[in-house]
Design a protein around this ligand. Structure first.
Ligand SMILES: [Zn+2]
Length: 101
């Protein structure tokens, strides 16, 4: 399910990351850094920026239910209230708790 937030957020994250990468690229070019390292650095900044923003949007738009006794976690996106409530109950009382040493 694709929400309006995701339709808007992915291009916005790409645009923001591209602007940040271009700004760093221009800054490096002003110090006469050769083109290959400038392009590599700008590409890395774009990748990290886009991934971080995209991940943040996914985190903000999802609902997380956790078990209070172990590490069991359910993350839902685009679920209605009934579905969210059902997963909340499952997370609260699932049969096999995952205990880590
Ligand atoms: Zn548990």
């Amino acid at each position: 399910m694709t929400s309006a937030l995701h339709r808007f957020a992915t291009p916005a994250a790409g645009t923001a990351a591209a602007a940040l990468a271009a700004a760093y690229g221009v800054q490096l070019a002003s110090y006469n850094v050769p083109l290959p390292p400038t392009v590599a650095c700008a590409g890395c900044i774009f990748a990290v920026g886009f991934t971080s923003l995209h991940r943040a949007v996914k985190t903000w738009s999802s609902t997380t239910h956790r078990c209070t006794e172990c590490d069991f976690t359910v993350r839902l996106r685009g679920a209605d209230a009934a579905e969210s409530r059902r997963w909340q109950e499952i997370a609260a009382s699932h049969p096999g708790h995952i205990h880590r040493p």
